[in-house]
Design a protein around this ligand. Sequence first.
Ligand code: ADP
Length: 486
Amino acid sequence: MIEVLSVASEAYPLIKTGGLADVAGALPGALAGHGVTMRTLLPGYPAVMNEAGGARVVGEFSDLFDGRARLLAGRFAGLDLIVLDAPHLYDRQGGPYAGPDGMDWPDNWKRFAALSWVAGRLALGVVDGYQPQVVHAHDWQAGLVPAYVKYGPSDRVKTVLTVHNLVFQGHFGPDVFSRLDLPPHAFYEGIEYYGGVGYLKAGLASADALTTVSPTYAREIRTPAFGAGLDGLLNARANVLHGITNGIDTEAWNPATDPALVQTYGPSTVHKRAANKAAVRERFGIDQSAGPLFSVVSRLTSQKGIDLIASNVDWLVSLGASLVVLGSGDATLEATLEAATIRHPGRVGMVKGYDESLSHLIQGGADAILIPSRFEPCGLTQLYGLRYGCVPVVSRVGGLADTVIDANEAAVDAGVATGLQFSPVSSEVLGEAIHRTVSLYGREKVWRKLQRRGMKSEVSWDGSAKRYADLYRSLLGLERDEPAGD
Ligand code: ADP
């Protein structure tokens, strides 16, 4: 077995704000079948301490970035955890990164430097006899981990950094550097970023291997258009940069057993989705007679191309279709979509907010899910759409490009299409894709085939877990984990 320490600022089901939590929560279980034991280091936020508060103390620090801290170890919520209990850093109401007012915590530099520094100690094997062989850090919050290992007293341990979204970089002022307990030369060797300190940049410069969450995004981030200022560095490190597509939890997302559905179904009983469609329409006030039902389940932001959907609503309705939107985010986008619901009563409906159960019902009932993202590291909603026969209509970027097979005529004839892709990302081209979707929906046999084929797509964690396991093995100079006879 290979021992890997995962370092993350969130992990499902304990604490979640986005896809990072899903990955950090799912990987340990998925890796177990590939010869990897993964423990996870998490900050002791209140939600984590509620579970782990009484756990075994395996380490203590009298002064960890201006306060006392302890390390607690145990198995909670299905995860083998090491929790950094540092009340001065994490015991507060609000989110993992921002207070109740939505503003970033002003001491985030310290909160996540502490997490990363502690990971560096764990890498040394000085805590509780635990010695990881690989430390796998996630996003800017753990970006300093590879630097602490590289510049620490021993760099025997290999490091991997995974980028879930390159836009979030952990950029702080230059004064922070002297507090980080790193040697002065480290500053210009990779930690300096536009005159200040870049936590993600530090990780990108220092890790033995870099990964991101789809092969296309791995290529895109090496270009100025998607590189968020780091494309130069990513090009310099292209030989150690890999794209490994995320999977989904196929038990929680299973249309054959999903309790959130009015009617469960499988690929051979896809017609049963009609009962769910009726329920979605009822919930959103959509006329039962209206034609194809498009849906959106998303943060309402420009990244997700929600403005392009807003500018296509009248067109979509004119084609005889209807639209339901579940989400919240940018106030202007929310207002624009609300105005559309008033313009088109019975044809456009919206529920503002986050509703896990309703998101399942939508996937189980809507005909198509619109995802016109400007960039998308991996994306999960198209994977849920595939699994539920809710045909994904996606822009050809990042993980969307890698997971959906466009229903062009060749793919339809070959029976391999699973959704629709469009490019470039513009309102006009999205409009064409919506038109194309409505036409395909009208070809009932073709549409059913599209749904069935999508439902059979491989979206589980298994393939991705094997790739991570192979990466750890290659870093350690070990043989790959090939199944017998492969
Ligand atoms: P991102 O992490 O960039 O927001 P992803 O597609 O990777 O986008 O993941 C979004 C996740 O959040 C999916 O699981 C999606 O179903 C869920 N989600 C987004 N908005 C809502 C909402 N309003 N209600 C319920 N679930 C939502």
